[in-house]
Design a protein around this ligand. Structure first.
Ligand code: GLA
Length: 407
């Protein structure tokens, strides 16, 4: 027969202890104890943000509503895009109680009505603030108002918050500032994806895993393909290529619920060539980057829409394993990225960075890929033999070939 002590201790560990732990977790949650909302952004967030196309002057509720209409009607929602995010310039000041005042000339029906409209389409709603005294465009920001703003966002129905890093105090600590907003959001009680936008200045990949769901890992992208030379011979402004190159080595920090963010897409903004648009999108998918479209969804061309909605390419970005791809080969303008996928599949992207078409004839072992794997050309949607013979192909200037290998 079991002794009463053993009997009581087994009752305690089987029934009372789990109940106590559940209660502790519950009260921690109620008291807003330090944590981010878990379970969000298990794959890189997909959506649209107003900044790249509409910047400050062009953003207003009509654009946002029509963008939601377009996303719900043009196939984007079906392939996974869900967040519609207003970037800077929706706010004008604070009232005497410190509440943020919405720019009524741009959003005459207010933010709640806009959020309701976006939600009525089955989409999610995001907004922007900044950790400093003013946003990058000089609008009121959240420093000192974190808890008040977070409550306001919850009341409006905000699902996603991008928090910028302009106009911060001289020694303002980035980790502490973003932790404060995380805690404020958690306390307000509405699950929100927190997007850190401090441009990689304080290497958030080292400290933000438990604070936000994504963090910018570089400065702003520009509507340019490559590095832009400043008059003094230096480099200025971001571009597809410069932001891509800044992701090197960061793959170890990305995973479900916490992603590196090389910035929003410039696909469809009228400067990149069709091959460059396809490459930009493909490379972002190889990086498991957030896919935030940055173009006018209401008027985009069929070609742009075909890029943004290619399910097989998006599946590589959204692969549940959540691995960020990395380069395994870079010589003579040919850069080759691989991304491990679920069920032992591998995405391989051969990227011609050069200004001339490139013929490639290399054994698969060059890219550390073994023989006998079947190959599918993802953009062409065609099977293409196995890795038992060399890879042979021609890649146009600034173009990619995207392959999915299976066992
Ligand atoms: C910063 C951010 C951009 C955008 C602007 C808005 O530059 O990095 O993504 O949000 O501010 O002013």
């Amino acid at each position: 027969m079991r002794s009463p002590t053993i009997f009581l201790s087994s009752i305690f560990s089987v029934t009372i202890l789990p109940a106590m732990l559940t209660c502790i977790a519950f009260f921690c949650a109620l008291s807003g104890n330090a944590q981010k909302f878990e379970g969000l952004a298990q794959t890189p967030p997909m959506g649209w943000n107003s900044w790249n196309k509409f910047a400050c002057d062009g953003v207003n509720e009509t654009v946002l509503r029509e963008t939601a209409d377009a996303m719900a009607a043009n196939g984007m929602q079906q392939v996974g895009y869900q967040y519609i995010v207003i970037d800077d310039c929706w706010q004008t000041g604070r009232d005497s109680a410190g509440n943020i005042i919405v720019d009524a000339s741009k959003f005459p029906h207010g933010i709640r009505a806009l959020a309701d409209y976006i939600h009525s389409k089955g989409l999610k709603f995001g907004i922007y603030t900044c950790a400093g005294t003013k946003t990058c465009a000089g609008r009121p920001a959240s420093l000192g108002y974190e808890f008040q703003d977070a409550r306001q966002y919850a009341a409006w129905g905000v699902d996603y918050l991008k928090e910028d890093w302009c106009n911060v105090l001289p020694n303002q600590n980035a980790e502490a500032s973003y932790t404060l907003m995380r805690d404020a959001l958690y306390k307000a009680g509405r699950p929100v994806v927190l997007s850190l936008c401090e441009w990689g200045s304080h290497k958030p990949w080292h400290w933000a895993t438990n604070i936000g769901h994504l963090w910018r890992s570089c400065g702003d992208i520009g509507n340019n393909w490559s590095y832009q030379e400043a008059g003094d011979g230096g480099i200025y402004g971001g571009s597809v290529i410069s932001n891509l190159d800044l992701q090197r080595g960061l793959e170890q920090y990305a995973g479900p619920g916490h992603w590196n963010d090389p910035d929003m897409l410039e696909v469809g903004n009228g400067v990149l060539s069709p091959d460059e648009e396809r490459s930009h999108f493909t490379l972002w998918c190889m990086l498991a980057a957030p896919l935030m479209a940055g173009n006018d969804l209401r008027t985009m061309s069929a070609a742009t829409k075909a890029i943004l909605t290619n399910k097989d390419v998006i599946a590589i970005d959204q692969d549940p394993l959540g691995k960020q791809g990395y380069d395994v080969y870079y010589r003579d303008d040919l850069e080759v990225f691989v991304k491990p996928l679920q069920h032992g599949d591998t995405a391989v992207c051969l990227f011609n960075r050069g200004d001339e078409p490139k013929k490639v004839d290399l054994p698969w072992s060059t890219f550390h890929i073994g023989s006998g794997r079947t190959i599918r050309d993802v953009w062409r949607g065609q099977a293409q033999g196995t890795t038992s013979s060399s890879f042979r192909g021609e890649i146009a200037k600034h173009a990619v070939i995207l392959l999915r290998l299976s066992k």
